[in-house]
Design a protein around this ligand. Sequence first.
Ligand SMILES: O=C(O)/C=C/C(=O)CC(=O)C(=O)O
Length: 254
Amino acid sequence: MTVPRIRTDDHSVVSGAADDATDRLLRTASGVRPDQIGGPSLLPGWTRGHVLAHVARNADALVRLLEGAREGRQADLYPSRDDRDREIEEGADRGPEEQAADLEDSAERLAEAVRSMPKKAWKFEIRLPDGRVFPAARIPWMRLSEVEYHHVDLGLDYAPGAWPQPFVAEEVESLVARFAAEEELPPVLLRDSGSGEEFRIGAAAGPAVTAQGPASALLAWLSGRADGSRLTVHRDGTPVAEPAAVLPELPPMR
Ligand SMILES: O=C(O)/C=C/C(=O)CC(=O)C(=O)O
């Protein structure tokens, strides 16, 4: 089976995908009941309200990056990590209607910032404090990732199986690249049961366990959104009854 691909710096195509993802999230957000909003999300210590407030403030943070790129200067996503966390806390306790309205308004501000980017500004090189450097053209992918992962984090009806295939294919490769040389991580050979593709992560010594499943289930585990219990795991060729007890726990990105 050929997996459809998408270039993560194709800002025009990815912006369309991010808008579609945002529409799906808005549909979910507008159906959240008052008794659900303060309930736990899949992210430790965060309610669904924290997740929705974070996605709204992330749109504003990405507008700051886009404005900086447009003006040819480095901009910060957030004034500081403390400011980021404070804004999320402050927004977490709002009711579902206010959350959904903020999500929609902030997404519209981001869409407007994307629309007003001159062509050459997409090439501006962004430098993040963690040392990563990439063209502004990759900002829409940052947004797509935030929206897709955090939609699942709400722990409502949107599950990893709903992630679009092109998103899954790129993110699996990206997380495999991140974890491939991790000395602390026991080796795991991941096999995509749809395409047959294999990926290896973890550089610690010892034989690899194999974990097989649909690409979306591999990504759910790699991104810390699932414990791997939906994967078929073998150790030394023998099926493992409790995959979650054998697979290393990976941290959820927020
Ligand atoms: O690190 C990335 O690739 C993406 C980062 C973001 O989109 C910004 C955030 O993580 C945030 O808004 O907290």
